[in-house]
Design a protein around this ligand. Structure first.
Ligand code: PNS
Length: 163
């Protein structure tokens, strides 16, 4: 049984993330989409909300589950017997950061291999930050995220604006 983790902030999940998750689901027996904590980001959605949005978007994938974790990714991998960490690479700008994380994770736990999938050209430019930025200025971001979470993002942005 080959178990892979698809970790990320997913704040919120985009069509680019979903593309990587679909492709990982075709490569591994079981895929766990893992909402992790990126210490350098202040998220818009709570971890619980991000898990909820993700669960709704992966309903059609029988070998994919969603979970969240506060600790080190490699500790989760060890505890859940995952042998791969799947990450999407969009452009050279992702490379340095992802390379650094992959090497750190390998040093901490050599039994897990990081696998990079190149982003589909259509989603090369896409990021959660871009979605939040367009949404916060009232722009149409519906081409960037799964259709059934558009309204959740609008609502959250409106609430956040009132703070
Ligand atoms: O979508 P992101 O923000 O690039 O995802 C980063 C994430 C959450 C995968 C990464 O920060 C992470 O793995 N956090 C868990 C803590 C950890 O293991 N940090 C060391 C990685 S080198």
């Amino acid at each position: 049984m080959r178990i892979a983790l698809c970790p990320g902030s997913f704040d919120p999940v985009t069509l680019g993330h979903l593309d990587i998750i679909h492709r990982a689901a075709g490569m591994f027996d079981q895929v766990v989409v893992l909402v992790g904590t990126n210490a350098s980001k202040k998220p818009l959605f709570t971890s619980r909300e991000r898990v909820g949005l993700l669960r709704r978007t992966i309903r059609d994938l029988p070998n994919v589950t969603v979970d969240s974790y506060d600790g080190l990714l490699v500790d989760y991998a060890r505890a859940h017997r995952a042998t791969a960490i799947v990450k999407g690479l969009r452009a050279m700008s992702d490379f340095e950061y992802e390379f650094q994380m992959a090497l750190t994770n390998r040093k901490l736990y050599p039994e897990v291999e990081t696998v990079f999938l190149t982003s589909t050209a259509e989603y090369m430019y896409l990021s959660s930050s871009l979605v939040k930025q367009v949404a916060s200025f009232g722009g149409d971001f519906s081409a960037f995220v799964p259709a059934d979470i558009v309204e959740d993002i609008r609502k959250k942005i409106r609430k956040d604006d009132k703070k």
